[in-house]
Design a binder for this molecule. Structure first.
Ligand code: 16G
Length: 259
């Protein structure tokens, strides 16, 4: 088993990195999983040890670890500590957090990649114009991508964003949410609708499965803080590779957790 203390060496927080300490610690752990310095089932040093090695408070360490447990990256076993969740072949996505495909895969130690099928400025369909609240004559940026994790096709996605919000489609790299964040329009809320489907012959071929194979069809409409819609995305996730997990809490617990 790996000695995981090295991951938390005192100089592992770069001075250049900005942002709250707990987010920097989360990023440190996620990148260690991503680049193989932490493996499935590795035990992390104790909260107290991490706090002292990085010279930060235990409260900060606890917040980072709790977040990663909630995201399924770490597992806590009472009395025996915190472990890297063992990499299942199926990917789980928590439905209660507004994250991007890139973030979801990195958080699981998988390498996301993209095969571009289309990146164009185009007129919207009537449905897109309605969902995004476009005026007559407005155009959309249409992105059609095959999303892969560790080179395995996971999902086929078509996203549309009002062209007026993102001036230059060429500036969109592999992550749409990174581009939206850079433009100051990362969504904060989304509505997602899921249904079961059988893949069309064309989509199945792109995803590398048999025609008619089961998939999850997901539509996401995401919104800015002020309520304006920013993204309308239709995704086809391979049914044999993806689990969506929903956490349910009583009202009492969720209001307590937020306070
Ligand atoms: C996820 C979202 C999709 C969003 C994308 C951004 C679902 C079902 N869909 O795939 O709506 O556009 O993430 O990811 O979760 P990116 O920043 O990696 O492009």
């Amino acid at each position: 088993m790996t000695d995981t203390h090295a991951v938390f060496a005192p100089d592992s927080f770069s001075d250049a990195a900005a942002g709250p300490l707990y987010l920097r610690l989360k990023a440190l752990i996620q990148s260690a999983i991503h680049d193989g310095r932490l493996h499935a089932n590795d035990a992390l040093p104790s909260e107290r040890e991490i706090a002292s090695m990085l010279d930060i408070s235990r409260v900060t360490v606890r917040k980072a670890l709790t977040d990663l447990v909630e995201e399924g990256v770490l597992t806590q076993r009472r009395g025996s500590g915190t472990f890297v969740t063992s990499g299942a072949t199926r990917v789980e996505q928590r439905l209660s957090r507004l994250t991007s495909f890139t973030e979801d895969m990195l958080a699981r130690g998988l390498t996301p990649s993209v095969r571009w099928l289309l990146k164009a400025v185009a007129p919207p369909t009537p449905e897109e114009a309605m969902v995004l609240g476009l005026s007559t004559g407005e155009r959309v940026i249409r992105l059609r991508r095959l999303r892969l994790a560790d080179d395995q096709p996971m999902a086929l996605e078509q996203a549309v964003v009002a062209a007026r919000l993102l001036a230059n489609p060429e500036a969109i790299g592999n992550s749409l949410y990174v581009a939206l964040e850079a433009a100051g329009i990362r969504p904060v809320r989304a509505l997602q609708r899921l249904s079961a489907e059988s893949l069309s012959a064309e989509d199945a071929q792109i995803l590398g499965v048999e025609p008619g194979a089961p998939a999850l069809y997901i539509e996401r409409i995401s919104y800015l803080k002020d309520g304006r819609p920013v993204e309308f995305t239709k995704s086809h996730y391979r049914g044999d590779a993806y689990d969506f997990v929903v956490e349910l809490t009583t009202e009492q617990l969720s209001s307590g957790a937020n306070s």
